[in-house]
Structure formats: structure tokens, C-alpha cells
Design a protein. Sequence first.
Length: 203
Amino acid sequence: MSEPAGIILAAGMSSRFGSDKLLYELTIEGDCQPLIQHTLQSWFLLFDEISVVIRTDTPPLRQTIMDFAEKQHKNINLIECRDAALGMGHSLSAAIKANSESSGWMIGLADMPLIPFSVLNQVYQNLKLGALITAPYFDGQRGHPVGLNRLYKDELLAQEGDSGAKKLLQRDAEFIQKVDTNQSGVLIDIDCMQDINRIEKSS
């Protein structure tokens, strides 16, 4: 059985953004690059290979991801989810199916570029040491990424709709191994231009 797999869900519709937000040239601490690259950059500090779930109709995003992985000398397992438009649960199920032999899965969202490496690493280590569920918490709120043990494999493979693993996490909240952090980036995702402006002003 392999070690925990890194999974990034990048198959959203960007409906509130007006264009593919993952390709938006975002500046964080003076570094300007597409949003998806900011997110991948932190994950590549931890993983040599990452699975990224995308829609089937996003060739520019596919190319941007592959080019960046090649530049970073890392591997990308691109998973095209035909049912992505039906909800995040379908993307999650596709990712688990593609990594079915892993000991667990560390699942993040492509539009969350501010998660620090220290948090990613701690979630990964907890998962590696056998945590059933592990996730960062800021100010009492659960953030991302979420680590899930392979004991949840069948349940994750059956995910549908748009709630992802939300119901599972609510039901088994008592099993969550918390990673407390003072970094609010574990809660911050990008949905609209106002979010971009907030991030660029604060960085």
C-alpha cells in the first residue's frame, strides 16, 4: 500500500468569477502567476506527484498545470471528470478511484492559495501516522486540506452531488485530529474578484 496521496480538486465552474479563476494572474507577496500555480507551488514542497481533478472542457487549465509541473520537475496525475458539473462529490469520487491503493488521501481545493506549507505538512504527517480524519482549524473553524484514512474508501467512492465529504466530516467530527493554526489561509478561498483584491492588498 502506498503513502497518502495528494489530491487537488480543480473542476469547479468559476460561475461567480466570470472566467476561469484558476488561470487568473494573482500577485501574492510580489509573485505574480496563475492562481492554480500558487496553490500547486506549496503542495509541490510536500509531494513529488499530485492528482488534480479538472473538467473535460478546460484545455488552457490542463496546459498551465502540466507546464508548471514540468518546470518544477514534479509529476501531475490529471484526472478529467466528465461529471464534474454535477457537483464536487463526483470529482472527489474520481480522485479516490484514481488513487485507490493509497493509505489515505489529503484533499485540497485549487482556489485556496494561502495554505502554508507547515499546515500541509502537519496534515500529511497525521494522516501518515494513522489518523482517521485530520484537518486544520483556525479560530475554531475547520479549514482545508482534509486528510482521510483509507477506511473511508467505499464511502468516498460513492460520493455524489455538491457536498463532497461534508456530511461524513460532520458525522465523524469526534475522530478529527485537529491541526490548530493562526494562519487564516486555511479558510480563504477565491470565488470572486473582491476576494482577489483582498488577497493582493493584504500580501
